[in-house]
Design a protein around this ligand. Structure first.
Ligand code: AVJ
Length: 320
């Protein structure tokens, strides 16, 4: 009997939480929106396209590192361990680990996009019928409960994609501490971290020639229109992305082309010409600066690998 994939409950994010965050962000100065809301069904599909763009190096570099080091990683995982993935998306990187780690006890993908998560979990279950798959629809930046099946197994975390770069450094440290609490003493965390590099390489990765990243950024306004009944004119905004070297982060903004007003959830939101909504930060670390942050959050660096150009890093940490 193949292990069944447990069905998820309805939407993971209550519409009211989305509405509250949108109103708070758009009435603040400067205006901002949380990047976790990029990933509705349309946004998740656009992000998958980003990962295939010639300019977007992180995914290819990380896959290259994981493929080269899959056997080393598998050897570090305790037999029967549950692999808990934070922000699983299409689980494409997980497949590299699953192929190498034949003795995994379970796989628990945690993702905010419930619909996309369920589809991907079903697909994974068809490919690995013997693997216990327990998807968790949750916002992994908040504390969440692991499925029962996973509680009794040794746990290893997997957090690829440099998603940790979306957090402010103090939030990243808090995430690492929280992950340590959820996974437990002696657990492992395999985490992908994008590295500081040449500004041109960084900026091109977030300003692709096909405009997929622009569409991904603008989808945030389209989502507010769809789900909150607003009437943002997407043609009235431009995608801006640049590297802020002082703060070691890519910033993404949506810039209003001209002065205008939009109603969102009963609030009037006024835009000056050129005013931006800050939609994302993507922090870039050095191997050393990331290791220091991990130590400060209770994790010990065990291993770190990079690709040939040192564009990207995969760290293995152990808690406690
Ligand atoms: C998923 C947060 C790692 O920062 O590179 C890609 C998101 N934004 N292009 C990143 C993203 C624009 C991505 N992370």
């Amino acid at each position: 009997m193949p292990a069944p994939v447990r069905r998820l409950d309805a939407a993971s994010t209550p519409i009211s939480a989305f509405a509250a965050d949108v109103v708070a962000g758009l009435t603040a100065t400067p205006k901002h929106l949380p990047p976790k809301y990029f990933y509705d069904h349309a946004g998740s599909a656009l992000f998958e396209r980003i990962t295939q763009l010639p300019e977007y190096y992180p995914t290819r570099c990380e896959i290259d590192i994981l493929q080269r080091r899959a056997a080393d990683i598998a050897a570090l995982l305790p037999p029967g361990a549950a692999l808990i993935e934070f922000g699983s998306g299409s689980s494409s990187k997980t497949r590299i680990l699953l192929a190498a780690a034949k003795n995994l006890g379970a796989y628990a993908p945690v993702d905010i996009s419930a619909q996309f998560l369920q589809q991907q979990a079903d697909a994974l279950h068809r490919e690995y019928p013997k693997l216990v798959v327990r998807p968790v629809a949750a916002d992994f930046s908040q504390p969440f409960v692991l499925p029962d099946a996973v509680q009794i197994m040794p746990r290893s975390g997997f957090f690829p994609g440099s998603t940790i770069g979306n957090f402010e450094p103090h939030e990243a440290a808090a995430f690492l501490r929280n992950a340590g609490r959820i996974l437990g003493r002696g657990s492992l965390l395999i985490i992908g971290v994008d590295l500081v590099k040449d500004t041109q390489v960084l900026q091109k990765a977030y300003n692709d020639a096909q405009g997929v990243t622009a569409a991904f950024n603008l989808n945030l306004l389209a989502r507010i229109n769809r789900e909150l009944g607003a009437k943002f004119n997407l043609d009235g905004f431009e995608h801006h992305a640049f590297f802020n070297r002082e703060r070691s982060r890519i910033e993404m903004h949506l810039a209003a082309i001209k002065r205008h007003r939009v109603r969102v959830c009963g609030e009037c939101i006024d835009f000056r010409a050129g005013e931006t909504i800050h939609t994302e930060n993507s922090y870039k670390y050095s191997v050393e600066s990331f290791g220091a942050m991990a130590r400060g959050a209770g994790w010990k660096p065990l291993e770190v690998w990079t690709d040939a150009r040192s564009y990207f890093s995969v760290h293995v940490l152990t808690f406690g």
